[in-house]
Design a protein around this ligand. Sequence first.
Ligand SMILES: NC(=O)c1ccc[n+]([C@@H]2O[C@H](COP(=O)([O-])OP(=O)(O)OC[C@H]3O[C@@H](n4cnc5c(N)ncnc54)[C@H](OP(=O)(O)O)[C@@H]3O)[C@@H](O)[C@H]2O)c1
Length: 264
Amino acid sequence: MEPIGDVGFLGCGRMGRALLEGWLNAGLVERERVMVAARESAQATADALGVRAGTIFEVAARSDIIVLAVKPAQAARMLASLKFELGQLVVSVVAGVSRAALPVSPARLVRTMPNVACRVGQGTTAILATADDYPEDVERITRLFEAVGQVVRVPDEGMFHGVTALSGSGPAYLFAAMEALADGAVAAGVPRDLARTLAVHTFRSATALAAAPGAVPSLLKDEVASPGGTTIRGLQVLESRAFRGALLDAVVAAAERSRELEKP
Ligand SMILES: NC(=O)c1ccc[n+]([C@@H]2O[C@H](COP(=O)([O-])OP(=O)(O)OC[C@H]3O[C@@H](n4cnc5c(N)ncnc54)[C@H](OP(=O)(O)O)[C@@H]3O)[C@@H](O)[C@H]2O)c1
């Protein structure tokens, strides 16, 4: 893919840096055409990744594409202090802040919700694409995120709360699950390193099957759980502890938090 011009980061913490590293690895951005602005960590990030550090004003003035990756509480105020030009494109990755609350005129803005796996080219990114969005902007940003993982387009901004709660926050739920599964294997006598490796690879195995066209997770689960076997005994414990209900509630709670963040 062609490099994408001058790219600036307003905020380059965990999410901004995951994107920057993913784009650098994919050869999509040229180091000398990247500038990061952060409050304290900008120079260290720039030194570590071989890009330039600048102020938020320099980033806004010099970038064709500007990634907004600060915390939700800072996003709108920061943008209001900056000047943009026609032709610039701001990409928001900020959770719980609506597009309308982010002033970038006369530049344009595309709202996205990526996740941290963009760092290793395996991200999941939702891109807002409604009748109000310019198709050429959506197309440009889709190409950018496709270089670091899967992209889905979301036709209604109201869905962003649920999307954020699932694919944005979701890696954390699964890391917690991996850790707990590995602990279980350790309790059953498996050495820690081996338990961790098995936990991670088991997720990979399940994902490969569940991602196949037409695959249905509940049917795949039935395939593993043979009558009177070990798996159904494990599932019995999960059911008795409301495992699925807990996951469901976690996503609903995260979506509620996203709605709270949206309120002024
Ligand atoms: N983490 C995730 O998995 C994830 C996933 C999807 C979306 N997001 C979204 O990504 C955004 C950033 O989250 P994060 O987890 O990356 O947070 P983070 O690690 O705390 O990064 C925030 C960045 O903003 C910078 N910053 C804060 N105030 C600033 C200011 N006044 N001027 C310039 N830079 C400033 C910080 O700089 P210093 O480090 O120098 O303070 C840091 O680089 C959030 O809106 C979040 O909703 C995160």
